[in-house]
Design a protein around this ligand. Structure first.
Ligand code: C5P
Length: 219
């Protein structure tokens, strides 16, 4: 592993969307590209961390030098994250689907004239909240993300308290910002010291700045 301030630190990073099956050929998904999570994993690795990169089906390839665990569903992501402990820090950049389809069909649902399928949903496990409340085995630093379209700081501050994580990286994903799927990000870092707005910059630069802050926090 590269020398650096995070040498000897094990960090879990989740990234990408999850896919929730309807049947073997259809699924529910979201527009996460995995770009920000991938950049964060690369930046942590560049500072010497041992990174476990738990990724859903993303548009971008995983970075070099990290342990890649590929998953499809939120339930699989949760199990992979739990299996990756103990860790010094965990960064939850994945856009986990909030719901899964109840009783996904084991065979392809046939198109029938005059009959439309009805999907029933149930909540997925909240991985960030679960890890934040792990007790003795909890990583020393737990970082969540909040993608919001309005009242970004208020909603993200409430989310930080509700989930029990240490930091929230909040971003405005209103369609007019072009952030979702784009190469830039404008984030506000929420810690117990308050809200810190960072200037708009490339996702790689956000990742490097966040990795440097994580290194400061873990020493
Ligand atoms: O509740 P919301 O989805 O807005 O929370 C976003 C944060 O929680 C992100 O860090 C995301 O990775 C994490 N999360 C999770 N498991 C879920 C839902 C969200 O880890 N089921």
């Amino acid at each position: 592993l590269a020398a650096g301030p995070l040498q000897g630190k094990r960090i879990i990073v989740t990234s990408g969307p999850t896919h929730e099956p309807i049947d073997p050929v259809r699924y529910i998904a979201n527009r996460s590209s995995g770009a920000q999570g991938t950049a964060i994993a690369a930046a942590l690795r560049a500072l010497g961390a041992e990174v476990v990169f738990v990724t859903g089906p993303a548009d971008v390839p995983p970075p070099d030098g990290v342990e890649v665990v590929r998953v499809e569903t939120a339930a699989q992501m949760r199990d992979a994250v739990m299996a990756a402990h103990p860790a010094d820090a965990a960064v939850f950049a994945a856009a986990v689907a909030d719901w899964k389809v109840v009783g996904a069909s084991q065979s392809k649902i046939k198109k029938q004239s005059g009959a439309l399928p009805v999907l029933e949903f149930e909540e997925n496990p909240d991985i960030l909240a679960e890890v934040s409340k792990m007790g003795d085995a909890r990583p020393a630093l737990v970082v969540g993300f909040a993608a919001e379209t309005d009242d970004v700081v208020a909603h993200a501050t409430a989310k930080r308290a509700r989930k029990g994580c240490d930091w929230i990286v909040a971003n405005d994903v209103s369609p007019s910002t072009g952030i979702m799927g784009g190469s830039e990000n404008a984030v506000t870092l929420i810690t117990d010291a308050g809200a810190e707005a960072w200037p708009r910059m490339g996702k790689d630069a956000v990742a490097r700045q966040l990795a440097a802050r994580i290194a400061d926090a873990l020493v």
